[in-house]
Design a protein around this ligand. Structure first.
Ligand code: BV8
Length: 230
């Protein structure tokens, strides 16, 4: 990226940026877990219906975190924010690989696997052991159930005001490793494009939103993201 070419950059990442770190994408599993569709497990209704199943789903994914590490794509994005202060990294992912790579201007719009929250007060807690349907908060009397601090289907994503403000100001929008199937994230490219931002898609494959981008860099994130940032 040439010096001074872009001043305000919004980057959106999806499961594909963590694939080469060993975290399976939703698309690889066909959106399945224990033969449940993601949309069936990642919902408030599922948590109400079968909290043990939903806690097991997130315990299994949380248990992976200590075994995986940020890859070259995560590290390149951390370098990008050092080089261009007007960079905002929005991730759909709930893993902690962007933080561990050194990114700070980061917004987890779908929440964070490493955190749980009180269903009543909304207070956040760092998860240090597997949660069960009996996990309770320590902030309320009587104690209330703890749920994963994750945005489920049908729930409002986090940080949307900040996101739409950044999309309205950016001169470059880059989507990395997302299939563009989940809204409102899949519509961010339209917001950026409508105000004149240049839009680049980095993906190993085509996506549901490829046609909305000015430029496509087809390939793995660990190759294409460092090239973009160089
Ligand atoms: C909302 C956290 C209102 C959980 C996730 C009916 C009722 C209510 C809502 C809806 C409805 N119908 C539709 C909706 C909207 C719904 C939606 O979009 N549904 C879809 C299924 C149609 N959205 C919502 O409910 C959202 N909330 O709408 O609230 C509202 C409306 C407007 C404005 C404000 C509010 C909330 C959605 C959040 C759901 N939670 N995650 C968890 O993780 O367990 S979504 C989850 O799935 C992920 O976070 C991620 O976002 C999504 C998976 O998408 P991707 O990240 O793109 O991953 P995927 O596997 O699909 O693709 C990987 C890509 O990487 C591929 O393209 C592949 O080619 C590429 N790749 C692979 N390897 C590599 C690579 N690329 C490069 N290099 C590689 N090595």
């Amino acid at each position: 990226m040439k010096e001074g070419q872009f001043r305000q950059i919004v980057v959106l990442t999806g499961a594909g940026i963590s694939a080469e770190s060993g975290i399976q994408t939703f698309r690889d599993q066909g959106g399945l877990w224990e033969s449940h569709r993601l949309e069936e497990v990642a919902t408030p209704e599922a948590f109400h219906r079968d909290p043990a199943l939903v806690q097991r789903f997130y315990n299994a994914r949380r248990a992976q975190l200590p075994e995986v590490a940020p890859n070259a794509a995560h590290l390149a994005l951390a370098q990008l924010e050092k080089a261009i202060a007007g960079t905002l990294l929005i991730t759909q992912n709930i893993d902690d690989l962007h933080e561990r790579a050194g990114s700070h201007h980061l917004l987890h719009m779908h929440g964070e696997l490493a955190k749980a929250r009180c269903v009543k007060s909304g207070q956040l807690f760092r998860v240090t052991e597997p949660l069960s349907e009996d996990s309770l908060c320590t902030c309320c009397v009587p104690a209330q159930p703890l749920r994963p601090h994750v945005v489920w289907f049908g729930e409002m994503p986090l940080g949307l005001d900040r996101i739409f403000h950044a999309l309205a100001q950016c001169d470059l929008f880059v989507a990395i490793g997302t299939s563009g199937q989940v809204y409102p994230a899949a519509g961010f490219v339209d917001e950026a494009r409508s105000q004149g931002a240049y839009c680049i898609e980095i993906n190993a494959d085509s996506s549901h939103i490829s046609h909305r981008f000015d430029e496509h860099r087809r390939g793995s994130a660990t190759v294409e993201v460092p090239k973009l940032v160089a």
